[in-house]
Ligand binder design. Sequence first.
Ligand code: FE2
Length: 247
Amino acid sequence: MAASLPSPGTLQLQPLFPLALGLVQVACDPLDIAWQMQAIRELQGGAGSNPDPGCAWTGDLNGVWQLQNHPTFAPLIEVLCGHARAYLQGLGFDPTRVALHIQRCWPVVSEAGQVVGRHHHPNAHLSAIYYLNGDGSGRSGCLRLFPPRQANELVPGLAVGHGGPIRPESAAACQWNAPWFDLAPRAGLLVLFPAGVDHAVLENEDPDDSRFSISLDLVLTAPKAGEGGAPPEYLAPHPGDWQELGG
Ligand SMILES: [Fe+2]
């Protein structure tokens, strides 16, 4: 893409290499959501944290990581994966040359006072989060996304603040040197982003409501052999074409 010409004598800042955050407000029936939250409560089996009491309960660490096979969730997960395919196309992928897989899919429940620490998902390629509840205020705990690299802080570490010379409240700093981006959960909202992006869940500050979400680890491979030619360089062959070694 060619840069636009700046007006004579003025500085123009042009954003380069944007990070693609996918957002979809999925149509959802309140009765379905109530049913799904009840099913998650049953899957929790009375556990309430991970196991540190300050950390939200996450199904992936508690044996609940295949919601896509659960009859209460399978139709929803199929809808979410359709949007994940659209995300790939939005990034320029040729849908005939990649296969998208659910590696795991698990619920997360954050009670009042609980958080999820900063992390990313190196085992996956694309992360998806679907919120079962939330009113858009962020009271139940925002999703905090961290930039992979602060290219515009010039001096490493300046953008996180601590009295540094970047004015965090200025519009310029918000646009060019934001240390993170906070997204408030909302019932039915689906979020998609590259799985290598660090993220965290802020504290649930709502004493009257638990925060329910569903996470997905999605993986890209080549299509199955014979369906799309040889795998492109860097893309793993389809797992159906792998051979497990015996012990
Ligand atoms: Fe995560």
